[in-house]
Design a protein around this ligand. Structure first.
Ligand SMILES: *[C@@H]1O[C@H](CO)[C@@H](O)[C@H](O)[C@H]1NC(C)=O
Ligand SMILES: *[C@@H]1O[C@H](CO)[C@@H](O)[C@H](O)[C@H]1NC(C)=O
Ligand SMILES: *[C@@H]1O[C@H](CO)[C@@H](O)[C@H](O)[C@H]1NC(C)=O
Length: 764
C-alpha cells in the first residue's frame, strides 16, 4: 500500500479568526506530545484551542468534549484514532478548525459541525473517499484536506454549494475532481505506475486532466507535487486550460522534447517549476528553452533545476518576472553567438538570478542594457567580480541585490546610477572609493559582512536614509560620516569588533545625540578590546572626560604635580633636606663598610678608634664638642696629642705612632689648620702614600669653609681631597648636630682587639 507523504495545513484563515478573539477570553491548552492515551478529563470550561496532536489516543468517547462549549480549534493529528462517535461535537457548536490528519480512521461521519471552516482528514486509512451527505451541512467550509487511495467521481457533490478556497488532495489514484467552486488546489500524486515512463498510464497525470476541464471549471491555482508529465502534455494542455497559476514541484518531464508551437491564447499567467528533471537524453536544448521563454505569460519561475542557459525571446516578450534562482546559469544568460545582447525583454520588471554561476559584473550590466523596464535585479549568491570596463546598466534599475558575491571596492565604479536600494552584503569591500558612480537616488545601502574599517561618508549618495555596516571590521569608527549623511534615519553597525578606548567615545554617544535609529542596539554593540572591557555594551561604556582630553589631563594632573614638586623643593631648601640626605647616605655607607670589614680580621695593634688632629686655634671646639660627643660611647678611644702623646718623642714621631695605632684619622680642617698644621702631615703622607692608597682612613671635618685659593698650591693633595668633596661639614644648625655625631661615630666604629687598658691607665 502506498503511503502518501504530504502534510497539509490551511492556517491562513485559522490565524485571522484566532486573532479576532479578545485576549482575555483565550484559553489555550497544549497537550501536544504528552503520551496521552485518552482525552484528559476536567479541561478548563472555556478552552478555545486544544492541541492533542502527537499522542497515542486511539478512541474518542462520546462525552470527551461535552464540557467545552467554547472550543474552536481542535488538533488531534498524529494519534491512533480508529473510531469517532457521530455526535461527539454536539456541544462544541463553535468548532471551526478540526485536524484529524495522520490517524487510523477508516470511516468518518460528523454531525453538528456546521461552523467548521477548516477540516483536515488527510492521511488516514480511507480506502475510498466517500463524503456522506452530512458534509452538506458544512456550509462554511473553506479549507479541505483529503487523502485516500481513490477519490470517486462525484464524491464532492454534497458540498457542491460550498466555495472552497483551498483544497489539498493526496491520492494514489485520482480519477477525477469535480468541484467547480474552488480557488486553489494542491495535488500530491505518488503512483507506482508512473515510475517507468514507457508504461505510464493516464492515472499518473490525471491531475492535469483538471487543466483541460470544461469552460465553467473555476480553479485558478493548481499545485502539483511530484508528477511526471510528458513533454507534449505539458506544453499543450497547460496552455489551453483555465488555470492561471500553475506550480509544479518535482516535475519530471518525460517523452520526447521537440520544437513546440506556442499558443497565444492562454489563461496561464504564472508558471513555477521547482526541481525539474528531464528524462530524455537526446534533444536540442533550445527546443526546451525556447518554449518556456516564448510563452505568453507574465511570471516564469524555474528554480533548483540544473539549466545553464536561457534563450532570448523571438519577439518582444510580455514577461514581467523571471526567476531563475538556484540553477546553473553562467554569464551568457540570454545571449547567443548570433545575438550577443538580448533586446526583447523590454517589459521585464523583475529578474532573479540568485544562486547561479555568474562571474562578471560587467557582462551582467551588458545583459540588462535593453531591459528598459527592469526595476528589480537580484543576482545574490553568485561569484561576481569587477575589475574594469564601462558598465552599461539599464537606467531603470531601482533595486540591485549583489549580496554574497566576490566584489571589492571597485564595484562602486560599476553600478546602475538610479539605484535606490543596493545590497552589497557579504562581499570583500574594504572601503568606498571617492571617485565612484554618483548614486543620487540611493536610499538604502547594505554593506554588512564586508571588511570595512570605517563608516563610509555619503558624499556620493547624499539622499541615503538607511546604512548597514554590521559585521565588518570597525574597531574605532569615526563619526565623520554624520556630516555628509544628513538624511540618515536608520543605521546598523552592530557585531563589529569595537575597541573601547577614547577614540570610540564619540561613536558610542551618537546613538543618544543624533536621533538616528540604531538597529540591534544595545545587544549587538559591545566591546571586543581591550580585554578588560570585553562584552560590555557600548551603551554602558563610559570613560571619564578627563582621561580622553589631553589639555584637561595636563591641567588636572600635571598642575598639582608641578605645585607639589615646587613645594617639596622649597621645603627642602628651607630645612636643608639635602644635607640630611647626604649625611644619611654617608652613614649607611659607613655602616655597610663597617659590616664588611668586621667580617675581616680586625687589624693587629690598633689601640684607638681615631686619632684627631687640629689646629691649636680650634682646640676649644675639639674639647668641648668633638671629644665629649665621640667618647660618649665608652668603647670609643680617641688619641688626642695633648692628652695621649708620649713625652720624649718628637711631635712628628708622636703623631706618626698615633696615626699607626688608630683605625681612622680625623682632621679638623679650618683656615687655621691649613696655615699651621698641614705641613706636619704632608711629610708623613708623602712617606706612607696614605692619601692615595688608603684615603679610607682619612676623615676630614670642615669646621669653617675654606676656599680653594686659600690652600697653598704646594698642598696639591689637600686640594685634590677638597675638590673631591670627601669631607664632612660641621653644620651651623644645632638641629643637625645629633646626626653629624652619629655619622662620625659610625665612621670610626671598630672593635678594638688589643689591650686598651694601657691607654685607660695612662688616661688615669
Ligand atoms: C496541529 O498539529 C499539527 C501537527 O503537529 C501541526 O502541524 C498543526 O500546525 C497544528 N495545528 C494547530 C492549529 O495548532
Ligand atoms: C508576478 O511578478 C510580479 C512582479 O513582476 C509580482 O509582483 C507578482 O506578485 C508575481 N505574481 C505571482 C503570482 O508570482
Ligand atoms: C538580497 O538577497 C538576499 C538573499 O540572497 C536576501 O537575504 C536579502 O534580503 C536581499 N536584499 C534585499 C535588499 O532585498
Amino acid at each position: 500500500m502506498m503511503k502518501i507523504l504530504f502534510l497539509v495545513v490551511c492556517n491562513v484563515l485559522l490565524i485571522c479568526s484566532y486573532e479576532n478573539c479578545p485576549v482575555e477570553e483565550r484559553q489555550n491548552v497544549n497537550y501536544s506530545s504528552c503520551s496521552l492515551t485518552s482525552v484528559p478529563r476536567s479541561l478548563p470550561l472555556y478552552t478555545v484551542l486544544l492541541d492533542l496532536s502527537h499522542n497515542n489516543i486511539s478512541q474518542l468517547k462520546r462525552d470527551d468534549f461535552s464540557e467545552m462549549p467554547a472550543l474552536k480549534f481542535l488538533n488531534l493529528s498524529h494519534n491512533n484514532i480508529k473510531e469517532i462517535s457521530d455526535d461527539i461535537f454536539k456541544s462544541s457548536m463553535k468548532l471551526e478548525y478540526l485536524n484529524l490528519s495522520h490517524n487510523e480512521l477508516y470511516n468518518i461521519f460528523l454531525v453538528h459541525v456546521t461552523e467548521l471552516k477548516n477540516l483536515d482528514i488527510s492521511y488516514n486509512k480511507f480506502a475510498l473517499m466517500t463524503l456522506g451527505s452530512v458534509f452538506g451541512s458544512m456550509e462554511k467550509l473553506e479549507c479541505l484536506s483529503l487523502s485516500a487511495e481513490t477519490l470517486q467521481r462525484h464524491e464532492l457533490k454534497h458540498i457542491k454549494s460550498v466555495w472552497l478556497k483551498n483544497v489539498f488532495l493526496g491520492f494514489n489514484n485520482l480519477l477525477d475532481y469535480e468541484h467547480e467552486k474552488t480557488d486553489t488546489i494542491t495535488i500530491v500524486l505518488k503512483s507506482k505506475y508512473c515510475i517507468d515512463y514507457l508504461k505510464y498510464k493516464r492515472d499518473c497525470y490525471v491531475g492535469v486532466a483538471l487543466l483541460q476541464r470544461k469552460a465553467n471549471f473555476k480553479v485558478t491555482s493548481l499545485t502539483l507535487i511530484d508528477v511526471r508529465l510528458p513533454w507534449n502534455y505539458l506544453t499543450k494542455q497547460t496552455l489551453q486550460s483555465s488555470i492561471k497559476h500553475l506550480n509544479v514541484h518535482y516535475l519530471n518531464i518525460i517523452g520526447q522534447i521537440v520544437t513546440t508551437k506556442i499558443s497565444k491564447n492562454t489563461s496561464l499567467e504564472t508558471l513555477k517549476i521547482n526541481r525539474g528533471t528531464i528524462y530524455s537524453y537526446f534533444f536540442l536544448q533550445n527546443d526546451l528553452y525556447d518554449f518556456f521563454i516564448n510563452m505568453m505569460i507574465k511570471n516564469l519561475t524555474i528554480d533548483n533545476t540544473p539549466i545553464v542557459h536561457m534563450t532570448c525571446p523571438q519577439s518582444t516578450s510580455i514577461l514581467k518576472q523571471l526567476d531563475f534562482s538556484s540553477n546553473a546559469f553562467s554569464d551568457r544568460v540570454f545571449s547567443s553567438i548570433e545575438e550577443p545582447i538580448c533586446k526583447t525583454l523590454t517589459n521585464l520588471n523583475t529578474l532573479i538570478l540568485m544562486g547561479n554561476k555568474l562571474e562578471k559584473l560587467h557582462q551582467l550590466s551588458v545583459t540588462t542594457k535593453y531591459m528598459k523596464s527592469l526595476k528589480y535585479l537580484d543576482v545574490s549568491a553568485n561569484s561576481l567580480t569587477y575589475e574594469f570596463g564601462d558598465c552599461t546598466w539599464t537606467e531603470s534599475i531601482i533595486v540591485l541585490n549583489v549580496s554574497s558575491n566576490s566584489l571589492d571596492r571597485l564595484v562602486f565604479k560599476c553600478l546602475p546610477q538610479n539605484t535606490q536600494i543596493l545590497d552589497l552584503q557579504n562581499n570583500q569591500i574594504a572601503s568606498v572609493p571617492e571617485d565612484m558612480v554618483h548614486l543620487d537616488a540611493l536610499k538604502e545601502l547594505y554593506l554588512g559582512s564586508n571588511r570595512l574599517l570605517d563608516i563610509p561618508d555619503c558624499n556620493s549618495f547624499r539622499k541615503l536614509e538607511m546604512l548597514f555596516t554590521d559585521a565588518n571590521s570597525l574597531h574605532t569608527p569615526s563619526i565623520n560620516f554624520l556630516s555628509s549623511c544628513k538624511n540618515l534615519r536608520v543605521f546598523h553597525a552592530g557585531n563589529n569588533p569595537f575597541m573601547c578606548t577614547c577614540s570610540l567615545r564619540d561613536f558610542a554617544m551618537i546613538k543618544e545625540q543624533s536621533g538616528i535609529e540604531f538597529i540591534g542596539w544595545p545587544d549587538a554593540y559591545s566591546c571586543s578590546y581591550p580585554e578588560a572591557f570585553r562584552g560590555i555594551f557600548l551603551k554602558d561604556f563610559h570613560v571619564p572626560e578627563m582621561s580622553c582630553n589631553l589639555t584637561l589631563l595636563l591641567v588636572t594632573i600635571l598642575c598639582p604635580m608641578i605645585v607639589i614638586t615646587i613645594a617639596i623643593a622649597v621645603l627642602c631648601i628651607h630645612y636643608d633636606a639635602l644635607w640630611y640626605m647626604k649625611m644619611m647616605w654617608q652613614w649607611t655607607q659607613t655602616k655597610r663598610r663597617a659590616k664588611a670589614s668586621r667580617r675581616q680580621e680586625t687589624p693587629e695593634g690598633l689601640k684607638y678608634n681615631a686619632f684627631v688632629s687640629y689646629s691649636q686655634l680650634d682646640s676649644i671646639w675639639v674639647k668641648e664638642y668633638l671629644l665629649p660627643n665621640l667618647e660618649e660611647d665608652k668603647s670609643v678611644q680617641i688619641c688626642q696629642h695633648e692628652r695621649d702623646f708620649i713625652p720624649g718623642k718628637s711631635i712628628i714621631e708622636n703623631i706618626i705612632s698615633c696615626i699607626e695605632k688608630s683605625y681612622k684619622s680625623i682632621f679638623v680642617l679650618s683656615p687655621n689648620f691649613i696655615q699651621s698644621e698641614w705641613c706636619h702631615y704632608e711629610l708623613y703622607f708623602a712617606h706612607h702614600q696614605l692619601l692615595t692608597a688608603n684615603s679610607d682612613h682619612l676623615i676630614l671635618i670642615l669646621l669653617e669653609p675654606i676656599s680653594q685659593y686659600m690652600i697653598p698650591s704646594k698642598y696639591y693633595k689637600l686640594k685634590a681631597l677638597m675638590a673631591k668633596r670627601t669631607y664632612i661639614e660641621w653644620p651651623k644648625d644645632r638641629n643637625k648636630h645629633k646626626l653629624f655625631w652619629a655619622n662620625l661615630r659610625a665612621a670610626i666604629q671598630i672593635h678594638l682587639a688589643g689591650p686598651v687598658e694601657g691607654t685607660a691607665e695612662s688616661k688615669l
